[in-house]
Design a protein around this ligand. Structure first.
Ligand SMILES: Cc1cc2nc3c(=O)[nH]c(=O)nc-3n(C[C@H](O)[C@H](O)[C@H](O)COP(=O)(O)OP(=O)(O)OC[C@H]3O[C@@H](n4cnc5c(N)ncnc54)[C@H](O)[C@@H]3O)c2cc1C
Length: 383
């Protein structure tokens, strides 16, 4: 076991000050181009790595900051206000590094802490689609070497990551999965197409094919067959809370643009700003309520996870579903409030509108979460 992560308000404030500078100076400047060209936000990711932010979850004994989910969530939310693609790349890296810090080698943990190693999750497959907990890809052992074969359907940072936290069927037994750390430079790994998404266009979420990829047995993360437990125990809380923060940051970034627009543009005949219309103000009020509801829920989810509260599972399931739904509703209202100016891309909102759609279908998708949540409320087993 690694040492417990810290809840250290001073360290979090320091990390947030650095993130705020990067987001305000670099991420915001490149966001429109990252979206337009569907290019990886290299400048922001390099600076986050250089300043130690990408080693936020790695234990201090390996040179990381040793911080917890609350700090990771605050970083993701701040980045998402400017560029949800950058925020999601960072979120997937944090999900992967939470697993690596617990089960990975010291060498890789030190490289992450030093900002020299970007990781991500490669769970989704063409066969099991959004039901990531049942991979159909295989792992076979021959003379202490493991051979992987897979058709992964989406992996954020696919052609930019140094490693993938990778799921497969177990080597033996009836459990659902085993996790591996797969270096991205292995022979036999192939990225057949690049990502051209509707939204989150900078996040390089491409398919990955593994054709007899060979890795050492000690690249296994956890025991054979322990993959499902690690997915549920580590990845699900991290992913759901960080994805929620991506949606919340996105809503806050959009809201700032809405406020600028409706306070700035005026009708010549009356000299009244758009914000003088009670209808417009009512939409702003509804948007703010949704943003605050989602934000409060993610804070409560983090508290429940970190304190081991009995509501933790419920909150983890709720926070991503709620924030994702709020984001699509808030961005729908934002587009309406800003009228033709938003539709014709004059306000910078339509990027947020497109980016907001991804949360609903990133697995666990909103509909999968509703199914799980219904079961949790009814005290039925989730699986
Ligand atoms: C921008 C982006 C980044 C991504 N990054 C990653 C990544 O880094 N790593 C990774 O592993 N994956 C990643 N994914 C994949 C993602 O997590 C989902 O697996 C994928 O989007 C699901 O698409 P699909 O077409 O396979 O869904 P399908 O499985 O075909 O789902 C279609 C519909 O069926 C619904 N559905 C399916 N099962 C159920 C159920 N049991 N109950 C209720 N409804 C159900 C779904 O909610 C969805 O609405 C990414 C996807 C996107 C778009």
């Amino acid at each position: 076991m690694t040492e417990p992560r810290e809840r250290n308000p001073d360290a979090v404030e320091h990390v947030l000050a650095i993130t705020d500078r990067i987001a305000g100076e670099i991420t915001t400047k490149n966001a429109a181009e990252v979206d337009k060209l569907a290019r990886f936000p290299r400048e922001s990711m390099d600076e986050l790595a250089e300043r130690g932010i990408l080693g936020l979850l790695i234990a201090k004994e390996c040179g990381g900051l040793g911080l917890d989910l609350a700090a990771a969530a605050a970083v993701v939310q701040r980045l998402a206000r400017e560029c949800p693609s950058t925020a999601m790349i960072t979120a997937m890296h944090f999900c992967a590094t939470a697993v690596i810090d617990e089960y990975g080698s010291r060498r890789v943990r030190e490289a992450i802490a030093a900002g020299k190693h970007l990781s991500t999750l490669a769970f989704s497959e063409c066969g099991s689609r959004s039901q990531f907990w049942t991979p159909v890809s295989t792992a076979r052992e021959r003379d202490k070497v493991v051979e992987l074969n897979a058709h992964k359907s989406f992996s954020t940072s696919a052609s930019h990551a140094d490693s993938y936290v990778w799921s497969s069927k177990p080597l033996a037994g009836d459990e659902l999965s085993t996790l591996w750390l797969v270096p991205s430079d292995c022979d036999g790994l192939n990225i057949p197409t690049s990502f051209r998404g509707l939204g989150l266009r900078g996040n390089d979420s491409a398919p990955i094919v593994a054709d007899n990829v060979k890795i050492a047995m000690d690249n296994r993360l956890g025991a054979d067959g322990e993959g499902f437990a690690i997915m549920m125990g580590i990845v699900l809380p991290y992913f759901n809370v960080l994805a929620a923060n991506c949606s919340i940051g996105l809503m806050k970034g959009a809201m700032a643009r809405v406020i600028d627009h409706i306070s700035g543009v005026r009708y010549t005949h009356s000299d009244a700003a758009l914000s003088a219309l009670p209808t417009i103000r009512a939409y702003v009020a509804r948007m703010q309520i949704k943003i605050d509801m989602a934000d409060m829920l993610q804070k409560d989810a983090i508290d429940a996870v970190l304190s081991g509260h009995e509501n933790a599972t419920l909150r983890i399931l709720e926070t991503k579903a709620a924030a994702g739904e709020c984001a699509t509703e808030v961005l729908g209202m934002a587009m309406r409030v800003c009228g033709g100016a938003a539709y014709s891309n004059g306000v910078g909102l339509e990027r947020y509108f497109r980016d907001s759609q991804a949360a609903t279908i990133m697995s666990p998708t909103t509909d999968i979460l509703y199914d799980f949540l219904g079961k949790a409320v009814l005290r039925m087993p989730l699986f």
